[in-house]
Ligand binder design. Structure first.
Ligand code: ZN
Length: 241
């Protein structure tokens, strides 16, 4: 009788152990997946005028790699935040996206502070961080395209537009194609840019096509959402060569 009970208890214990192991395996698998987006700090130094982070692995991890950059000009943050909120929420993306986030902490400034584009210290701080930390990462990161996200106070002929600072090349071709596929985004090239030499110009010149997305700073949030949505899907549909 006692022997029989031992056998039953042993059998039950074996069954419990097997089930526990099965449960452990099924719980561990998703945590090990390398395909989830994750956030990484690229620069956080007290002698810099801000920090730089990246959110990697958004969209299809096996797709062509595209980099978005936000925060080069800190006052334009409402447009940056729109992209950072919306892109990771999209499902069914074809390409793989990383978002580089520049967070200027020194001399962020305010609209109407009296600085012009070239002397605003907050803008220069963001441009320096872009050149020092974002440019080399994109250059060596196997990206097929980079998009620098900005906004403007409405001094141009168009308010929401894309362009590459180089008037020809793949950056310009991709920008034109995006504008063609977006009812609310124009293709329009301002005469000059202050940030071009710190990111989009050297990228284009060194083999990474790059263009700007410009939003109107004072557009209602619903419009900003609409335009970012158009941009995201037009970029995702690009035939990158
Ligand atoms: Zn800007």
């Amino acid at each position: 009788m006692i022997k029989k009970e031992y056998i039953i208890i042993s059998a039950l214990l074996i069954v419990i152990i097997i089930f526990s192991m099965l449960i452990m395996f099924t719980i561990e698998k998703p945590a090990e997946s390398p395909q989830m987006p994750y956030r990484e700090t690229l620069a956080n130094n007290s002698n810099d005028s801000g920090t730089v982070e990246v959110i990697r692995n958004i969209g299809n991890p096996n797709g062509e790699k595209v980099a978005y950059v936000v925060g080069v000009h800190p006052l334009e943050h409402l447009t940056h935040e729109t992209l950072v909120r919306m892109l990771p929420e999209m499902s069914g993306l074809n390409k793989s996206y990383d978002i580089y986030l520049i967070n200027v902490t020194d001399d962020v400034g305010a609209y109407g502070s009296g600085y012009d584009d070239d002397t605003d210290p907050g803008r220069q701080n963001g441009q320096n961080l872009a050149y020092r930390y974002v440019y080399p990462e994109i250059l060596k990161g196997n990206y097929r395209l980079a998009i620098d996200v900005h906004s403007n106070i409405g001094a141009y002929e168009f308010k929401t537009f894309v362009f590459s600072p180089l008037k020809e090349g793949l950056g310009t071709e991709y920008a034109n194609e995006v504008a063609m596929n977006c009812p609310d985004i124009a293709s329009y090239s301002p005469d000059s840019t202050t940030s071009g030499p710190y990111l989009t110009i050297p990228l284009n010149e060194n083999g990474i096509p790059a263009f700007y997305f410009e939003e109107y700073s004072f557009a209602p949030q619903d419009d900003k959402d609409l335009h970012i949505n158009e941009l995201i899907w037009a970029v995702d549909g690009l035939n990158l060569s």
